[in-house]
Structure formats: C-alpha cells, structure tokens
Design a protein around this ligand. Structure first.
Ligand SMILES: NC(=O)c1ccc[n+]([C@@H]2O[C@H](COP(=O)([O-])OP(=O)(O)OC[C@H]3O[C@@H](n4cnc5c(N)ncnc54)[C@H](OP(=O)(O)O)[C@@H]3O)[C@@H](O)[C@H]2O)c1
Length: 439
C-alpha cells in the first residue's frame, strides 16, 4: 500500500537512491536534506525538507505527518575532523531521532546500520546475523565501527522497548550516484584507479562484502513491508578481498592492478602523518587517520541469505556495478579524455574493448587512435570480420592483472592481429593527423 515515508539522510549516496526507489514503488516522500543541498526535487511526489536531526522539534513535526521512516543519515569522516566529535555526532543523531520517535510506536522505521557491527575479523570469516562476536578484532575496530555498534544498540533497545524498527546492515556500497563533493571513497575507487591517482596505486589486503547501492536501496523499500521489527538483515553480495577486487577491476578495464603493501607500512605512514597534523596544529591534515588505516587488513564478510529469502534482496553482478560506475563518471565528465568508454559497453563487450585499447596503446599511431577509441570499437562491433578477429583474439588470450595486459601465443594470434592492425593503420592513414603530415 502506498505510504508517506520520511527519509533522513535523503541527500546522501544511499538516501538519494532510497528516495528514487520509494517513488518508483508508488510512495510519497518527505526527504530530509541538509541546508545547502542544491539539487531540485526529483519528482512531484518528493517534498524536500531542509533541517537537522539534532533539532528535535523539527524531527517531531516531520514524524507527525508520515506513516513510515527510513533513517539513513550519518556523518562520514573527513580529514581534520576530530575522531571523538565524529563518533559522537553519529551517536547523537541516532539518539535524537529515537527519542523523538518514542511515542510513535506503530510507525515502521527502517534503520541503516552497517556490516561493521557484525564483522571485523583478522582472517576471512563469513558472519551471519546471529553469529556471535567470536573472531572479531575488537581492539582494531575503527571509530566508524564503534559508532555504528553504539547506534545499532540504540535501535535494538528501542525495538525491544516497543518501537517498530527493522535494522539493515549493508556491506561496502559501490555504484553510481555519489556527488563529487562526497567524503566517501568507495564510489570513487574506480575513478581513482582508472586515472592512476596516487591513492589508488597501492592497497593493503583485507576484505569487505561489496554490494550495489541500488540493491541496498531496494531492500530498504522492501523492508518497510517485509522486515521483522527488532531483527537485523545483512545486505552483502560479494565477499572479496581487495586483491580479488582489483584483479576483477583490472580485467574489466584493462589496467594494471595496484600494488599490495603490508598493513604495518600503511599504519606507520598514517601515524607519521597524524603526528604532523598534531605538530602543525591541524594546518597539515592527514588524508587517512591511523585508526581507519588499522582496519584495512581486517575482513568484514557477511552472508545475505536472510535478506534474500525475507526481503527479496537481489545483489547484482559486481562487474555490472563497476561498469555503471564508469558510465556515471563519464556522464559527469569526471574521466579524462584518455579513458573514454563507449556508452553501449556491456559485461560481454567490456573485455573486447579492453583488448582493443591494448592494441591501440601498442600501435605506432596511438596518439591519434586513442581519441577515437569508442568509434573504433563501434566499427569492430558492426563489422563481422573485425568482430570475429577481436573475439577470437580474446578467446585465446590470458589477462595478466599485474601487468594490466592480455597475453597470447603469437602463432595462434597472427591472423587476428593482422586484420586488426590493418584496420588501425587504415583509420590512421585516413585521419586528418596523417593528412596534415603528408600534405
Ligand atoms: N557508504 C557505505 O558503503 C555504507 C556501508 C554501510 C552502511 N552505511 C551507512 O549508511 C548510511 C548512509 O550512508 P551514505 O553512504 O549514504 O553516507 P552519506 O552520503 O554521507 O549520507 C549521509 C547523509 O546524512 C546526512 N546527515 C548527517 N548528519 C545529519 C544531521 N545531523 N541532520 C540531517 N542529516 C544529516 C549527511 O549530510 P552531510 O553530508 O551534510 O553531513 C548526508 O547527506 C550511514 O548510516 C552509513 O553509516 C554506509
């Protein structure tokens, strides 16, 4: 039945998707955003309300006019933010919300928690909602983990006290949509990886459950009807260590995977940069605080079977999420000219495109051809001889993620390479670059 739903954190990465999917499901939405939120309402069924959850009368007034609530607000750490303040803000908004909610016992609340309240082990252990905390590295947990644990305990207590609260525990969310000013790193990891930015050249192994923000948003909408009060639901999908994640990303886009560093090195470096922050009274800020760096070697793995069977949660393939992120960067002009992708790229055609990029990069005419890659790819898709040569070359090749390159056995690849190289030469000799040179 259509409801009027209040969404806190509606201007955030997850919140915007929740709002869109509530509207698609026929609900009307009162979307609480922060003052300064610059986007227009996405639909006539969405009313934007600017305000702060710490303002209790604002929250009470908002609660009075709705049937249900999605609480997806939270503060993300940014360099320079004092850790105690960061943790306290997250706990305070949760407390303020539940205090205002207390009399509205029948109002259904879907509360966004995190897999951080369940996982965090030194070795890969796949946790379920009912798993105890055996194996968790309690001393290494980050201020984020601690804040989320405290917030979730408030939600559980309120459910036990009679409020109608369903708790969702997403893994690390990837996907399109985060605004360029967001402090979140995950939605931009592929952008930094593609652009070869310093932060994406190294990683510390450890692992997280990866999920798509759109699937998580859909689970929030489903939980309004289907979730059981007082219960938790893990929303994961892909339990991967970072090595496996980067191997898959490297294969998808045809780039060299980042280099692995020992966790102790990252902790050491961030301790030094935190020291610099302290010595310069905050004039130099550390990009990552050591207490977050310390969690990198941990594993936050979870299984989502309960959400799949009770909420109809359906995690999509990880590569599909990655491709959609790339399309999102491209649509926002965040990708440099060197990394343009054809808009029609699919999971099936992406490896072909990566292969063509490699051939172009190895060609003598790469400077001219690189700019025309999407066009060249289009030609390879529509001409059967080119398509067959590229497809066959791919089928006899192996991708080496450390080098970011396909390798093949020269004798078997000879005729495909001849066809494809001739095509690239042909395009180059017809190009204005070539004509300028010879005329
Ligand atoms: N991103 C992930 O991978 C992930 C994974 C698991 C769980 N979660 C949880 O999911 C929730 C949403 O995360 P997200 O990724 O969408 O983060 P986000 O993009 O930072 O969104 C959170 C939103 O809450 C707002 N907010 C913070 N304090 C507020 C206040 N006092 N009053 C009103 N609004 C306030 C933020 O506004 P400002 O930006 O202005 O502060 C922001 O728009 C959080 O609880 C997070 O812990 C996230």
């Amino acid at each position: 039945m259509p409801k009027k739903v209040l969404v806190f954190g509606a201007g955030g990465f997850l919140g915007e998707h929740v709002v869109a999917q509530l509207v698609a499901a026929g609900h009307t939405v009162l979307a609480v955003v922060r003052p300064g939120y610059s986007k227009a309402s996405p639909s006539s069924r969405v009313q934007l309300w600017s305000g702060d959850i710490l303002d209790r009368s604002f929250v009470r007034t908002a609660l009075d006019s709705v049937d249900a609530v999605v609480f997806s607000a939270g503060r993300t750490w940014r360099p320079g933010l004092e850790l105690g303040q960061y943790q306290q803000h997250n706990v305070s908004i949760t407390q303020a919300f539940f205090e205002a909610l207390h009399p509205c016992q029948s109002t259904r609340v879907v509360f966004t928690s995190s897999l951080s309240t369940i996982g965090g082990s030194a070795v890969p252990i796949i946790y379920a909602e009912g798993s105890g905390r055996g194996g968790i590295c309690e001393t290494k947990l980050s201020p984020y983990d601690r804040a989320k644990i405290e917030c979730e305990q408030i939600a559980v207590q309120r459910a036990a006290g009679g409020n109608n609260v369903v708790i969702l525990n997403p893994g690390l969310m990837l996907g399109p949509g985060a605004s360029a000013t967001s402090n979140l790193a995950a939605p931009f990891c592929l952008l930094w990886f593609l652009q070869g930015q310093f932060a994406a050249r190294f990683f510390v192994n450890g692992g997280v459950t990866l999920c798509d923000v759109r699937d998580v948003a859909a689970a929030h909408v489903a939980a309004l009807e289907l979730g059981n009060s007082g219960e938790r639901y893990i929303l994961g999908g892909h339990n991967l260590d970072r090595r496996a994640f980067y191997e898959r990303a490297a294969r998808l886009v045809g780039r060299r995977m980042p280099q692995e560093l020992p966790g102790s090195l990252l902790t050491g470096l961030t301790t030094i940069s935190d020291g610099l922050t302290w010595l310069t009274a905050g004039r130099v800020t550390s990009p990552v605080h050591r207490s977050f760096a310390r969690t990198q070697p941990l594993y936050y793995f979870g299984e989502s079977q309960k959400a799949v069977s009770e909420l109809g949660y359906l995690p999509r393939p990880l590569e599909q999420t990655m491709l959609d992120m790339i399309q999102h960067y491209q649509s926002r002009s965040l990708l440099s000219a060197r990394f343009q992708f054809p808009v029609e790229l699919t999971l099936e055609t992406a490896p072909l495109f990566a292969m063509l990029r490699q051939l172009v990069d190895r060609s003598r005419y790469q400077r001219t051809l690189r700019e025309r890659l999407p066009e060249l790819f289009h030609a390879c898709q529509s001409n059967h001889q080119l398509r067959d040569a590229l497809t066959h070359l791919l089928s006899i090749s192996q991708f080496n993620a450390r080098r970011g390159k396909y390798r093949w056995e020269h004798r078997s690849a000879k005729s495909d390479l001849q066809v494809l190289r001739k095509f690239l030469e042909y395009v180059y000799f017809g190009s204005s670059d070539f004509l300028r040179k010879v005329l």
